[in-house]
Design a binder for this molecule. Sequence first.
Ligand code: AMP
Ligand code: ZN
Length: 115
Amino acid sequence: MLEGCIFCKIGAGKISSHKMYDDGEVFAFKDVSPQAPVHVIIIPKKHISGLDVVTDEDGRILGHIQVVAAKIAKQFFEMKEGFRLVSNCGVDGGQTVFHIHYHLLGGRSFGWPPG
Ligand code: AMP
Ligand code: ZN
């Protein structure tokens, strides 16, 4: 837990959120500013600042996050029309919260390439 990190606090239940999933290691909650009908943030409880600093030892939990994302997607819209899973990294990636997280977006279609 990193002092002052909002997502560490959400994962620890010290800041309230609309919880969607919690297995002790991975935590998911609704984005406070949704960009799609389904917009869920998925984080490891372990503080990692972003994808640019991950190590081999983080591989298992990052893989687990993808499986959790697929489960949440299925629960919400049965994966009938698909979804998008995104992790913004650094300034160019548009990251604003420096605790690694994945955006699970669905319920509408998305453009490509991103802006
Ligand atoms: P990013 O810009 O990729 O770093 O994504 C950060 C996301 O966290 C944004 O979509 C915010 O709306 C969301 N966010 C920030 N604070 C909170 C919060 N307290 N509860 C839920 N979502 C949050
Ligand atoms: Zn953190």
